[in-house]
Write a protein that binds this ligand. Structure first.
Ligand SMILES: Cc1ncc(COP(=O)(O)O)c(C=O)c1O
Length: 456
């Protein structure tokens, strides 16, 4: 049976791991060929938001494929792309009125697109020396070389570093392990981290020399790398002000946090900031088709429209009609079921608040150091010593062990390592579909508790 083979014609993620063969999905569940059922408590990798196996999404894709499967964007636009772009601009809020959307096939392509868009914007407005993209340590923006260059995830970057163009990475606030031992919910240290951005923009020579920084890319909430860490109060507002003052484009990477995942259409709404460019993927199609979107504000779109008139970029599958049809059907579903509200962990009686409460109950375990998150995006961080917050030795692979124990119990979670310093530190990322029922959440958290106890 395929599941029992380590070598098959597919170049898989690992040659050492046996993969079960998935054949069916419905709601929060996925089944393999042996009939084993898995509760998808991580939405695969924070992808699925509307649930698996929704027939109307497949129907919308099939209908589009039957009518028109593909045209090249150098020759045509399509009704589905035009309509969905407007719907996404509206979904992104008032800050994006009059903007424009560039569709891609996923997160990494979207980040690459956003980086080039930021560079071209600066050239169009006459600041052609601006080419640097600043970003943060302990972040992840994608697997392609440009996206990897701005990422701060040590393990995912390490062997590719000789191939990567290095820009500056600034520090990232991480309140559970606050480097400043704050007592004010990290307001103060958030301001210090923001000041670091200003120094990086001004460069070693200070404000007297023109800056070469084109943009700053950040995850409003840290995704996989730190595990659903929210920014301290005032920090993102300070970052946004600094970028605006210095004509540096603010690029919010909402590949993981966008499209309702945190209980808002986009996570930036929690902190009241409007970036110049919003990058999204994953939830935008909920996994039904490869799709990403770069949502550019009017300021950015206007600069190119009124300048050279053409964005110097393109993928063959940019705005693929079948993917875009999937995205449009997903957004309709998300709206008709009011799933953004359902995800809100601060509202009573929602899937988000049930998840928050259930995960918080894990805090009594010795190995659980922190439980954090917003909406339907949560992190559970493990520690060897609760008092000192000392992590487990990385070679123990504690998060991996918990993940495997969950898997045996029919529960999918997203284990990660490296939250402390890029190598040490273990956590689980939890991001279920919004259609999860309270009893399913309860069962899933019981399995996590048992899996942690088994692994300790
Ligand atoms: C914040 C963020 N940006 C970018 C990416 C890259 O997206 P993709 O894997 O779809 O290329 C990811 C993937 O996990 C992500 O979490």
């Amino acid at each position: 049976m395929i599941a029992q083979q380590l070598r098959t014609p597919v170049l898989r993620r690992s040659f050492r791991k046996l993969y079960p063969v998935a054949v069916r999905g419905e709601g929060v569940y996925v089944w393999d060929t042996d009939g084993k059922r898995y509760l998808d408590f991580s939405g695969s990798a924070a992808v699925n938001f509307i649930g698996h196996g929704v027939r109307e999404i497949g129907d919308a894709m099939a209908e589009q494929a039957r009518q028109l499967e593909f045209v090249h964007t150098s020759q045509f636009t399509t009704p589905v792309a035009e309509e969905f772009a407007q719907e996404l601009l509206d979904f992104a809020g008032a800050g994006f009125a009059g903007g424009a959307v560039y569709f891609t096939c996923g997160g990494s392509e979207s980040v690459e697109t956003a980086l080039k868009l930021a560079r071209q914007y600066q050239v169009e407005i006459g600041l052609s020396n601006r080419h640097q993209i600043l970003s943060r340590q302990q972040s992840y923006h994608g697997a392609t070389l440009g996206a990897l260059a701005v990422s701060g995830n040590r393990k995912r970057r390490e062997i590719y570093l000789p191939m990567v163009r290095e820009f500056e990475h600034i520090g990232i606030p991480y309140c559970y392990r606050c480097a400043f031992e704050c007592t004010d919910s990290c307001y103060n240290c958030g301001q210090q981290y923001a000041a670091e951005l200003e120094r990086a923009i001004e460069g070693a020579e200070g404000a007297a020399v023109p800056s070469d920084v084109a943009g700053f890319i950040f995850e409003p909430m840290s995704g996989a790398t730190l595990g659903a860490v929210a920014p301290p109060p005032g920090y993102l507002q300070a970052i946004a002000n600094i970028c605006q003052r210095h004509d540096v484009l603010l690029i919010a990477d909402e590949v993981m946090t966008g499209m309702g995942r945190t209980g808002r259409n986009f996570a930036v709404e929690h902190w009241g900031i409007a970036p110049d460019i919003l990058v999204t993927a994953k939830g935008v199609s909920s996994g039904y088709a490869p799709l990403g979107a770069v949502i550019a504000s009017k300021k950015v779109a206007d600069a190119i429209a009124a300048g050279s008139g053409a964005f110097l970029h393109g993928f063959t599958y940019n705005a693929h009609p079948v993917s875009v049809a999937a995205g449009r059907a997903v957004l309709r579903r998300l709206r008709s079921l009011n799933l953004v509200h359902v995800a809100d962990s601060e509202a009573d009686g929602t899937a988000g608040s049930t998840l928050k409460k259930a995960l918080e109950s894990l805090r009594d375990l010795d190995a659980v150091g922190d439980v954090r998150g917003l909406g339907l995006l949560w992190g559970v961080e493990f520690v060897a010593d609760k008092k000192t917050k000392a992590p487990f030795p990385p070679e123990k692979n504690f998060a991996g062990l918990v993940g495997q124990a969950c898997f045996r119990r029919g529960l999918l979670v997203y284990p990660m390592q490296g939250c402390v310093d890029g190598v040490a530190g273990d956590h689980l990322l939890i991001a279920p579909p919004a259609v999860i029922a309270p009893e399913q959440t309860g069962w899933a958290v019981e399995q996590i508790r048992a899996a942690i106890e088994e692994s300790t």
